[in-house]
Design a protein around this ligand. Structure first.
Ligand code: DGY
Length: 328
């Protein structure tokens, strides 16, 4: 007799090939509307599923986890960031939590470089002017940006994505600096010719470009506080493709408005999808709608990771991408 297929509830629309495979392998309930589930709908899903496959738009806190049925054993998140799930509370109820690390590293690093270039070379502004018929001929002084070759890039968080950014940035001729909980291995430091800063404050005050790549945890909430943002030099550019919560957006918007820093490229926001109104309309801010992992290939790879995690769990093994609270 075939083993019973686990009930897997998927909270958002996933790429077609991923949904098809999930339907083949599991007793899968999809969300064809792609509307985010309400809290009540999430509670209902937790009460019925053996496996919940949520994503970053689902807030699964300890109170919501109280609604989980005893059959719920796995939360297989579609995405690497896991700050929307109370992993410790889930684990305490015997629920394993997994994510999808690795497969969105290169895409996120590419988008980071795109933002660095967009801000430094005024690409969005130039495209808008041209589309609006405002290109009246080349001049020696019009629409000048800044060269990035030879500049100092300070990376906050030197995990997979931070290192992928560093590799690209080095190829662009940037000097790599970083702040991390601990230095990277000597082999990686040598490969990247990277300078480690134990003091974030000291690094911030000396960089031309700063890019955020740490996870959002209680320790990194508003890590770039108003006080720290003021340490940036007036010509500095700040990039964030990690999580909005890491930067005090109101303080950042004020510095951008006053020209106290040169520009920002933001792909993530504290209250997504709401954007801090102070950031809107600033000519020196390039804002994107959380596109870091938004490639067809990346999203299919993320789905495949979710499937591997569920299948490994079904086979009675520990899923490969278990999130351990102390790692966060
Ligand atoms: C993630 O997986 O956490 C990303 O932010 C989605 O792009």
């Amino acid at each position: 007799m075939a083993a019973r297929k686990p009930k897997v509830i998927v909270t958002r629309k996933l790429p077609g090939p991923v949904e098809t495979r999930m339907r083949e392998l599991f007793n899968t309930e999809l969300n064809d509307t792609d509307e985010p589930l309400s809290r009540a709908q999430l509670a209902d899903a937790l009460s019925r599923a053996d496996v919940l496959a949520p994503t970053i738009t689902d807030k699964i806190d300890a109170a919501l986890l109280e609604k989980a049925g005893p059959q719920l054993k796995l939360i297989a998140n579609f995405g690497v960031g896991i700050d929307h799930v109370d992993v410790a509370a889930a684990n305490a109820r015997g629920i394993t939590v997994t994510n999808t690390p690795g497969v969105l590293t290169e895409d996120t690093a590419d988008l980071t470089m795109a933002l660095i270039m967009a801000v430094a070379r005024r690409i969005v502004e130039g495209a808008e002017v041209t589309q609006a018929g405002g290109f009246h001929g080349w001049t020696p002084t019009w629409m000048m940006g800044h060269r990035i070759t030879g500049k100092r890039l300070g990376i906050i968080g030197m995990g997979r994505i931070g290192q992928a950014v560093a590799r690209r940035a080095k190829a662009f001729g940037l000097q790599i600096h970083y702040h991390n909980r601990k230095p990277v291995s000597p082999r990686i430091a040598e490969e990247l010719e990277a300078t480690y800063w134990d003091s974030l404050d000291q690094m911030l005050a000396r960089m031309d470009i700063v890019s955020v790549h740490s996870p959002h945890t209680p320790a990194t909430y508003h890590l770039l506080s108003a006080r720290r943002l003021k340490l940036l030099q007036p010509h500095a550019i700040l990039i964030n493709t990690a999580r909005g919560e890491i930067i005090d957006e109101t303080a950042l918007a004020e510095l951008l408005r006053d020209g106290a820093i040169a520009g920002a490229g933001l792909d993530v926001f504290e209250f997504e999808p709401k954007i801090n109104p102070k950031l809107l309309g600033l000519p020196n801010a390039v804002l994107l709608p959380h596109l870091g992992s938004a490639t067809i290939e990346g999203r299919i790879d993320m789905g495949e990771k979710v499937i591997i995690n569920i299948r490994t769990w079904m086979d009675g093994h520990k899923p490969p991408d278990r999130v351990i609270p102390s790692m966060m």
